[in-house]
Design a protein around this ligand. Sequence first.
Ligand SMILES: NC(=O)c1ccc[n+]([C@@H]2O[C@H](COP(=O)([O-])OP(=O)(O)OC[C@H]3O[C@@H](n4cnc5c(N)ncnc54)[C@H](O)[C@@H]3O)[C@@H](O)[C@H]2O)c1
Length: 405
Amino acid sequence: MSDRKCGVWIIGALGSISAAAIAGAALLRKDLIEPAGMITSTILFEDIDLVAMDQIEFAGCDIREGKLLDSLTQLSDGSNAVSLERLLAVKEDLEQTKSWIKRGTCRNCGQAIESLAASDFEPKRHMRDDIDEFRCNLREFKRKKQLETVVVVNLASTEPPIPSSPSYESLAALERSIDEDDDSSVRASTLYSYSAVQEGCPYVNFTPSTGALTPAIVQLAGRKRTPLMGNDGKTGETLVKSALAPMFLWRNLEVLSWEGFNILGNMDGCILENPENKSSKLKTKDHVLSKILGYSPHSRVHIDYVPSLHDQKTAWNFIHFRGFLDARMSLQFIWQGYDSLLAAPLVLDLVRLMELAHRRGEYGLMPHLASYFKEPLCVQAHSLHEQVHLLAEYVRRVKEGPFTT
Ligand SMILES: NC(=O)c1ccc[n+]([C@@H]2O[C@H](COP(=O)([O-])OP(=O)(O)OC[C@H]3O[C@@H](n4cnc5c(N)ncnc54)[C@H](O)[C@@H]3O)[C@@H](O)[C@H]2O)c1
């Protein structure tokens, strides 16, 4: 295990996934839970020098008022996702992180997100002021905690999609838009990712927000020799889809329709009630089937907010397919899980793998991390099996190759 200290800066630090990841890391450090759901704790990574859980420090920003402990208590009260005993075991760890949760920006995030902002929230006058403050926070965190690396993870609420524009595609155009305070082509998520990469921090976009990881930001990462990856963590329905869809392909069974119905009750679900924000999520869920099957069956994904479910998510999928003699058959599955508890171990894995990539001098998009995302950038492999193979191949190369420190 590496004895280097690694920082994690979470955008959306008071959210459910953030609370679950920070509490989970503390429980793992105390040996009070098993690392279920974390691939980096499996035999695949044996002999790989990953950052140890007790060398990871957390910080971040949010636009809401509140405490991490309250977010975790909601997971405990609302859906029994975390037991009271475990909650008490990490109370102090969460209190310690408190002073490291700073005020973020919700510039051009849309009404649904802006309504979450604290009552005394004062937007900055210029985008450059937002960037300066964020970069300054990252530097302070790194210096005061004596960290080798700070991995920035975007876990903020899903923004509406960003319209295509030159600022989306090119770094020069993006920097012009920032200098001109052009709200039409830059969202808060863009300011965060721009700042993170400028600081040389590995960056993960776990959200479907398209403003967060644009071609312009990828260009900047090339210049700054910084690793980055996204978009949209693959934790539930799409994970199952990407494992099941290849089966139909490999058995030459034509999928006629694949309908998905999701209900969830957490704040993420509430934000996704807004049609603009929901369209970002539907977009990343949309592509998987046609990319695996090579054709587009009739397919729609519905997402509905059911407050009483809290963090519980239920996905029912109906798959109608055609077999021998034109017979029509069907497969149905129901996936039930705690949204944040499915996501948190992936976040911890991604932090460790990003820290490793950064230490090894790797930069740009990280195709070997495709299996963690619904819409992995720069990767043609969309079936889960192929994506996991990419990760296994990477691990093999790391084990064989010279290790740069
Ligand atoms: N839970 C899953 O399984 C899963 C899977 C894939 C993607 N995601 C995405 O991950 C993100 C986080 O999910 P969650 O369940 O923790 O959501 P959440 O609503 O509990 O937390 C989001 C947090 O982000 C904060 N926020 C919003 N805009 C911000 C900004 N501009 N700057 C700083 N903070 C901001 C909110 O105040 C909130 O505390 C969402 O975008 C969600 O769609 C979740």
